[in-house]
Design a protein around this ligand. Structure first.
Ligand SMILES: C[S@@+](CC[C@H](N)C(=O)[O-])C[C@H]1O[C@@H](n2cnc3c(N)ncnc32)[C@H](O)[C@@H]1O
Ligand code: SF4
Length: 391
């Protein structure tokens, strides 16, 4: 809610957005050739204890940003967080809770890679309070897993789902990729069917992209033709819908009431503190400032006590707020209620009027006064749609 609107662009908030916490664990067994995340091959010894201590020190420096809000969700992302022991993650969670209270229904997700855990570890994770897993499967097919440089085979991915359930995780996601080297429509649907059979509550289904600074960028694999990619997309969506997975974001599909609350908070332009090597944050202050922050990327620098955790921060200029807000909100299949724009940016909705009209005329934005939502065409050409909101 806007409290004041004194000079243009100088606004204040009486209600701050919900607050989430992202915790980055930057190590993996080895680096996958397609991956541009801040992840680094782990040496023989993981500096778990030192890293947990650093994370809590990092959080101490962010406490002022919480401004009395509880944490509504926590996401351990990577890298491969499941390389860490339950003891280390438990100590971390208790330390976090001592610093910022948890909301009663807090969602706590851990990214887990097949090949880096066994049954007891999953049970121990569950006992720390982690209540959601995101299992990085990518594919079940040996040739595809090999092409992706994964450390696990399809059987381990299948077993991971069984272990998750046996450990008491009734809410788990599986990450799958499609558009893989030499992948046919049948291959892609086969992966999806196998995943669906394992009973996840959520599927993240990403089309493989070849990113700069990866092995694939320098040695590009042969990827399926555009018409095969299109067929995979259409048939995959239909198959998931048939099994009750509703698409709610570009790559996210969930059973009823099982959308990822942590990710929804990003897309609804909520706040999040980011701790850990390379972690990003977004924070709103009552005086109207909205700040993006990022941390030192390299684990050895992050662990170096002589260096600050924070590598930079940027105050979001008021004229960039509409684009920043919509870049997130319009990823959601059902968009957002129009009034959320004002609640999150402090700007009047009126400010979007002309751009909305132009985008509606082009069939990219739905004509819905009370919602901001892309048409199916707008979702397909999201970048074109967003251009209307650039200043
Ligand atoms: C933070 S990443 C990695 C999580 C976990 N370490 C793993 O590998 O399973 C989250 C997900 O992004 C997806 N991803 C990573 N690189 C990608 C790329 N180049 N193209 C498409 N999806 C990608 C993968 O599905 C991956 O599981
Ligand atoms: S395991 Fe995940 S985070 Fe690590 S390199 Fe592979 S894709 Fe990236």
């Amino acid at each position: 809610m806007i409290a004041t609107l004194s000079t243009p662009g100088a606004v204040g908030f009486t209600n701050l957005p919900p607050l989430a916490l992202y915790i980055h664990i930057p190590w993996c067994v080895r680096k996958c050739p397609y991956c541009d995340f801040n992840s680094h091959a782990a040496g023989p010894e993981l500096p778990e204890d030192a890293y947990v201590t650093a994370l809590l020190d990092d959080l101490d420096q962010e406490l002022v940003a919480a401004q009395g809000r509880p944490i509504s969700s926590i996401f351990f992302g990577g890298g491969t967080p499941s390389l860490f022991s339950a003891n280390a993650l438990g100590r971390l969670l208790r330390g976090v809770e001592q610093r910022i209270p948890f909301a009663p229904e807090i969602e706590i997700t851990l990214e887990a890679n097949p090949g880096t855990f066994e049954q007891d570890k999953f049970k121990a994770y569950r006992q720390t309070g982690i209540n959601r897993l995101s299992i990085g499967v990518q594919s079940f097919q040996p040739a595809k897993l090999e092409a992706l440089g994964r450390i696990h085979n399809g059987d381990e991915a299948v077993r991971a789902a069984g272990m998750a359930r046996a450990a008491g995780f009734d809410n788990f996601n599986m990450d799958l990729m499609h558009g893989l080297p030499d992948q046919s429509l049948d291959d892609a649907l086969g992966d999806l069917r196998q995943a669906i059979d394992l009973g996840p509550t959520h599927l993240s289904w990403y089309q493989l992209t070849v990113e700069p600074n990866t092995v694939f960028w320098n040695q590009p694999p042969e990827l399926p033709e555009d018409d095969i990619l299109w067929d995979i997309q259409e048939a995959g969506q239909a198959l998931m819908a048939e099994h009750g997975f509703r698409q709610y974001e570009v790559s996210a599909y969930a059973q009823a009431d099982r959308a990822a609350r942590h990710n929804l908070n990003y897309w609804r332009f909520g706040d999040f503190i980011g701790i850990g090597a390379g972690a990003h944050g977004k924070l709103t202050f009552a005086d109207g400032r909205i700040l993006r922050t990022w941390k030192t990327r390299l684990p050895k620098d992050y662990l170096n006590l002589a260096k600050p955790f924070k590598a930079g921060e940027k105050l979001l200029p008021v004229d960039e707020l509409p684009f920043e807000f919509l870049m997130n909100a319009l990823r959601l299949t059902e968009g957002v209620e129009a009034e959320l724009f004002t609640q999150r940016t402090g700007l009047p909705l009126e400010q979007l009027r002309e751009a909305r009209h132009a985008a509606e005329q082009k069939g990219l934005l739905q004509v819905e006064p009370d919602r901001l939502v892309a048409t199916p065409r707008g979702q397909l050409f999201l970048n074109d749609l967003l251009q209307y909101f650039l200043t």
